[in-house]
Design a binder for this molecule. Structure first.
Ligand code: SF4
Length: 284
């Protein structure tokens, strides 16, 4: 159960993405996966490199398109556990259309977003997660756009699993990824993952001062949709922990009649002459 490989990450020292990599590797081992049973599909950005740093099947996709690829991988290779990953620019800007529809579709995969509230790979521009007034090279007088709330969007899109964590809390992050991997449906895990090079505002210390950790509220019930939405709004999205989980709704796969759990490669797809003839007749 070895999910480490020999590739040395080229993230900046101190980048929050190191913890996400470690948490995925630990969580995958803790839930009893084997490397050949895991696929990690990523988009573009510093965070997108993560698929190359985990000993599993991996595909470094294109910008904003980790989720369509991951959904295709999961539906065709049903025995695989699939993780999609990327940054906030990747998933909540160019990829937001895919994110919303993947959430409501509820295919059984785990989406981990490394949310550093800036574009790091292109050297520091505002992302949809940047705060109003945030000054970067692209917004020298401060961002005039409102900040996007992925948690509120996920709730309204019908998510069945929403969690949020912080790169400094490896224990919580690992436990939440384990819970996401075990969830039968789409799980969104947004991770505050500081960019130490280009974001000098949303630093490790800033997050520590501003985060409300749900683990400190033993009475919090993540199955209560109203309570989850209330908590998100009360904290302005600055909360960590398991925010919402709905185990009542079936996954996309479970609702397809005749869906076989075996991967396509393991199914006998041979058609008899009679079946082939009927198929051809349908297209005449
Ligand atoms: Fe991480 Fe930022 Fe460096 Fe990219 S630029 S590797 S996000 S610290």
């Amino acid at each position: 159960k070895e999910f480490r490989n020999n590739v040395k990450p080229n993230w900046c020292p101190g980048c929050g993405d190191f913890s996400v990599q470690a948490a995925i590797q630990r969580a995958a081992a803790n839930v009893g996966l084997e490397p050949e049973k895991l696929a990690v599909i990523s988009g573009i950005g510093c965070s997108g490199r993560i698929s190359g740093y985990i000993n599993a099947y991996g595909l470094h996709g294109i910008h904003g398109r980790a989720l369509p690829i991951a959904q295709g991988v999961k539906l065709a290779n049903r025995e695989l556990t699939v993780i999609a990953s990327g940054g906030d620019g990747d998933g909540f800007a160019i990829g937001m259309g895919h994110t919303v529809h993947a959430i409501r579709r509820n295919i059984d995969l785990t989406y981990i977003v490394m949310d550093n509230q800036i574009y790091g790979l292109t050297k520091g521009q505002t992302s949809p997660r940047s705060a109003e007034g945030f000054k970067t090279k692209s917004t020298p007088e401060g961002s005039i756009e409102s900040t996007l709330s992925p948690l509120e969007i996920a709730m309204s899109a019908g998510a069945t699993f929403i969690a949020q964590s912080f790169s400094s809390d490896l224990k919580q992050l690992t436990a939440l990824i384990e819970a996401g991997l075990n969830h039968k449906g789409f799980s969104l895990i947004n991770v505050f993952s500081p960019c130490v090079t280009f974001n000098k505002v949303n630093t490790y210390d800033w997050f520590k001062e501003n985060i409300v950790n749900l683990d400190q509220f033993p009475d919090y019930d993540p199955s209560n949709r109203v309570a989850a939405m209330t908590k998100i709004m009360e904290t302005n999205g600055m909360l960590t922990g398991l925010i919402y989980q709905n185990n009542e709704r079936s996954s996309y796969e479970a609702m397809i009649s005749g869906f076989k759990p075996e991967g396509l490669a393991n199914q006998d797809l041979t058609l008899s002459e009679d079946q082939f003839g009927k198929l051809v007749a349908e297209f005449k």
